[in-house]
Design a protein. Structure first.
Ligand SMILES: [Zn+2]
Ligand SMILES: [Zn+2]
Length: 142
């Protein structure tokens, strides 16, 4: 049986892999303190899918924290190689963010917003055509 899928990806070591069956609903880049720490670079690039459209193989480890807007954030990563893979926002219960760098092919990724721009390091450059928010845009903040 061959199933049509939108995208697929995996962690560095291959212990965790996933397949996505529909296009993302939101694409964004976040420069908040937590995303910089969790990714080890200047921002996190995330594509948000419906949770049910992302089929995960393997058991990722997770770490929960509270964002400065008061919502919980759970980050999922490979327990063996540490690759960041997914994120879940307490405010978006039916969505799963996929760390775009873990995709096999991310050529379709086109963020519509840069958030937490106030924490952007001067060495991290962004497409000037993307909407920039100093914190979280109101629509996501609620
Ligand atoms: Zn791994
Ligand atoms: Zn962030």
């Amino acid at each position: 049986m061959t199933e049509e899928y939108f995208a697929a990806g995996r962690c560095l070591c291959g212990k965790i892999s996933y397949t996505i069956f529909a296009p993302p609903r939101v694409m964004s880049q976040c420069h908040c303190d937590d995303c910089r720490k969790a990714t080890g670079t200047g921002h996190a690039s995330n594509a948000f899918f419906k949770q049910k459209d992302v089929h995960i193989s393997g058991e990722p480890s997770s770490y929960g924290s509270v964002a400065d807007n008061g919502f919980s954030v759970t980050r999922y990563f490979c327990p063996v190689c540490g690759s960041p893979l997914f994120g879940k926002l307490g405010s978006l219960k039916n969505s799963l963010a996929v760390a775009v760098g873990s995709l096999d092919d991310s050529s379709w990724f086109k963020p519509s917003a840069v958030v937490y721009n106030k924490h952007k390091p001067h060495w991290d450059f962004m497409d000037p055509g993307i909407s920039v928010y100093e914190e979280m845009p109101p629509v996501v903040k609620k």
